[in-house]
Design a protein around this ligand. Structure first.
Ligand code: EPS
Length: 364
């Protein structure tokens, strides 16, 4: 038994869609909790005016009845309100009538740092919009909805997952983040940053060391690296461990199997060790600049400025929420693999039986 997630949707298309499989029956979902995470994702000092336009409320089309999962695929939809302005340009069918609204002219100016050029070449698109619409971080909305479902599931076994911002534009205080964002906005530039996700209450034994694909640290890294604009991932003390000695790089085991340090970020051999799981993700500055970088017009082959589209100055606060969702999803997936069960009580019961077997937490 595992969790599956398939998503679809373009940034300015009619909607974003997710289908979640492998959930047990009987899990209570709160609409307010899902919408609250979607609202958190839209907030942030560096966000674009697009966020004021969107409402990002989740609609459930299948798999839920009276707030309880049915143990069948859960289908989620988030409508793009902005689609109204793109009805002709992003029409799924051949558009009717005269071109109107946004997206009517082909984009031929790929932005360095975006998927634009590679995607247009790879898929043979003459209009870069056919790539950028799906590559866009707008997609993260539906992943946050899936993450909220995953958080509800792991909460049933006492696990909480929280993301927060560590740095924006090299600044580590909230005042510094705003200052740096204002300065970048004034320069029509963009910023990146670093976020951290901590999962508490994680039992020892999620993930496995048998194969690379089983290692939970590898899966968390892939999940975070799969988020738009993420260029680096760390587990625990991560890169800093490479500069320390072995005597200072590990977490000694004391009576009661207690660890006083957590340099490993809760993962040893790709398996959770009972300490909080701690991961960090580094986001590059967003590639849509109001003062564009140099590019080539794909229609003429001539040098030209890259596409300028409304964009965020930085979306690091949003990444904290998206990364939280990604980590929650991977932990929920690992927990489903370990505990299985068709009904929620099978799942929580298997968890309790396991903790009993390993006598966790140990008495000191
Ligand atoms: C994005 C471009 C912007 C961002 C968008 C991601 O969209 P727009 O061009 O419509 O203003 O705001 O993010 C979202 C819409 C979102 O909800 O996160 C991009 O190109 O990746």
């Amino acid at each position: 038994m595992t969790l599956g997630l398939v998503t679809a949707g373009e940034s300015h298309g009619p909607a974003l869609v997710a289908i979640l499989t492998g959930l047990p029956a009987g899990l209570r979902l709160e609409r307010e909790a899902l919408d609250a995470d979607l609202a958190r994702r839209r907030e942030g000092y560096g966000r674009s005016p697009r966020q004021k336009l969107e409402r990002d409320e989740v609609e459930v089309l299948a798999g839920l009845r009276h707030g309880l999962t049915l143990g069948t695929p859960l289908a989620l939809v988030i409508r793009n309100r902005d689609h109204a302005n793109w009805a002709w340009g992003m029409s799924p069918w051949s558009p009717e009538g005269e071109p109107s609204g946004k997206g009517t002219k082909p984009v031929t100016l790929p932005r360095p740092g975006h998927a634009d050029l590679a995607g247009a070449l790879k898929f043979g698109h003459d209009d870069v919009r056919n790539t950028l619409e799906r590559a866009s971080a707008r997609q993260t909305a539906v992943h946050v909805a899936a993450g909220a479902v995953a958080k509800a599931l792991v909460r049933e076994i006492g696990v909480t997952v929280t993301g927060r911002v560590l740095e924006i534009g090299g600044e580590t205080s909230e005042a510094g983040w705003e200052r740096a964002t204002d300065a970048a906005r004034a320069d029509r530039d963009t910023l990146g940053g670093v976020v951290e996700v901590v999962a508490e209450g994680v039992p020892p034994g999620l993930g496995s060391y048998a194969e690379r694909a089983d290692r939970l640290d590898a899966r968390l890294a892939a999940a975070l690296m799969g988020v738009q604009a993420v260029k680096g991932v760390e587990v625990g003390d991560g890169l800093a461990l490479a500069r320390s000695r072995g005597s200072e790089a590990h977490d000694e085991i004391e009576p009661g199997l207690v660890r006083r340090t957590n340099r490993a970020g809760g993962l040893e051999g790709g398996v959770t060790n009972g300490r909080p799981v701690v991961v960090r993700a580094a986001m590059k500055p967003l590639p849509t600049l109001m003062r564009p970088l140099g590019s080539i017009d794909l229609a003429t082959g001539e040098p030209a400025d890259a596409l300028v589209e409304r964009s965020d100055v930085q979306a690091v606060e949003a990444l904290a929420v998206v990364a939280e969702a990604a980590v929650a999803w991977e932990l929920a997936r690992a927990a489903r693999e370990k505990y299985g069960g068709d009904a929620l009580e099978d799942f929580t019961g298997a968890h309790r039986a396991y903790l009993e077997r390993i006598r966790w937490p140990r008495e000191r």
